[in-house]
Design a binder for this molecule. Structure first.
Ligand code: PLP
Length: 390
């Protein structure tokens, strides 16, 4: 299988039974992990695989990262930990970012997941669970160092640090905080949050600490602490202007469903918002907002690619399809059944996000629920779900 950056749009046949395909280059994912791990050393690099590994497929992604030497994984909720747990091995740790709900305690304890404790109530409930089980339970403490999202206040951490009974019942694996402005390297808040985090670290000597996400890995080295938690950079989007461009992991392609010539004055798509001012040739593509493509890309704000040609989206994006203008291709336009590129070497995730008025995270996490996913690693291909062949 050719690497994604060089693969031609016709290199792989359209998926049987599907209108679109998401190709995930696990070799590129592994290269991104290896590069980031080398960059942050001696700090460790952990992988954030929440939200189905940002829409790419949590199990194949986690398994590939494990093969690359990753041992620390972060998910948002218990169900995501359960989904990947059996693809990992005993030397791995899964942290649950969103905290610990009372209903989740039993499974969390049995399976050895490490919850981030985000409130005093969560600390007390987990301590009580440890007492009831008569064994120490693993935990991470999260400090809200200034983002006002999740975590304990500095004062609450001071009180917990003075409570010697805590570590009799809880084995503290990590002290965590999260930066609000890591993608703006010069933002004052980064230093303020780091200073508050340093005070918290001093309260828990010997407990490893982590404040940086992908972008945080490219702030100065003080932000790496003992562990960097990376998501976006692994999946091939630039985490910050300071970061080198990552290897391309994702390629999204969709089929041309139909071609038609429309005469001047014809409306195109729902609401007939766009009207052809001259005769146009229109291709309908099998990808829409029901596949996770933003509706905000309609009306010419977004495009798809066919080879080097840019095909602007005309009219509103529908649930299962959208129309693109191929008039300028003068006969070299794609045929029915051909695949056009929505994301790949010619159209980056960042470019799509910019055009849609959002961030690469939102683009990625919305994709992949309906497209056939194809995972490439070491010359092998795994297809999920399989296509239908007559
Ligand atoms: C999502 C998340 C990350 C990963 O962020 P990226 O910018 O994708 O690297 C790290 N830490 C926390 C707490 C998160 O919620």
């Amino acid at each position: 299988m050719p690497d994604l950056a060089r693969a031609d749009h016709m290199a792989v046949a359209a998926p049987a039974g599907f209108a679109s395909r998401l190709i995930v280059d696990l070799d590129a994912l592994r290269r991104n992990f290896a590069a980031l791990a080398a960059h942050v050393r001696p700090a460790r690099c952990a992988a954030v695989v929440k939200a189905n590994a940002y829409g790419l497929g949590a199990r194949p992604v986690a398994a590939a990262l494990l093969r690359e030497g990753c041992r620390h994984f972060f998910v948002a909720q218990l169900c995501e930990a359960l989904e990947i747990a059996d693809t990992l091995d005993a030397g791995c740790t899964i942290f649950i970012l969103n905290g610990l709900e009372p209903d989740d305690q039993r499974l969390c304890a049995e399976r050895g997941f490490v919850p981030l404790l985000n409130s005093v109530q969560q600390v007390e409930a987990w301590r009580a669970a440890a007492v009831a089980r008569q064994r120490r339970l693993p935990a991470a403490l999260q400090l809200d160092s200034g983002m006002s999202r999740l975590g304990l206040s500095p004062a609450e951490l001071v009180r917990l640090a003075g409570d010697s009974d805590l570590v009799r019942h809880l084995s503290l694996r990590l002290l965590v905080s999260h930066l609000a402005c890591a993608d703006s390297p010069r933002h004052r808040a980064n230093r303020t949050q780091l200073a508050r985090f340093a005070q918290a670290r001093a309260l828990f000597p010997g407990v490893p600490a982590s404040i940086g996400n992908s972008a945080g890995a490219y702030l100065d080295s003080a932000f790496r602490c003992d562990m960097v938690r990376s998501g976006l950079a692994l999946y091939g989007a630039a985490a910050s202007l300071a970061a080198p461009p990552p290897a391309l992991v994702v390629r999204l392609e969709a089929r041309v469903l139909q071609l038609r010539d429309v005469s001047a004055g014809c409306g195109i798509g729902y609401g007939l918002d766009d009207v052809a001012s001259t005769p146009r040739r229109i291709a309908t593509i099998g990808f829409g907002y029901g596949d996770g493509w933003p509706r905000s890309l309609g009306g010419g704000r977004g495009a798809v690619r066919f080879g080097d040609a840019v095909l602007p989206i005309v009219g509103r994006v529908s649930m299962d399809s959208m129309m693109v203008d191929v008039t300028e291709m003068n006969g070299s336009e794609p045929n029915c059944g051909d695949l056009v590129e929505l994301i790949g070497p010619r159209q980056s995730i960042e470019a799509v996000a910019d055009a849609a008025g959002t961030i690469p995270y939102e683009i990625l996490t919305r994709l992949g629920n309906r497209a056939q996913r194809m995972f490439i690693e070491g010359g092998n291909t795994l297809i999920q779900p399989a296509g239908f062949r007559a």
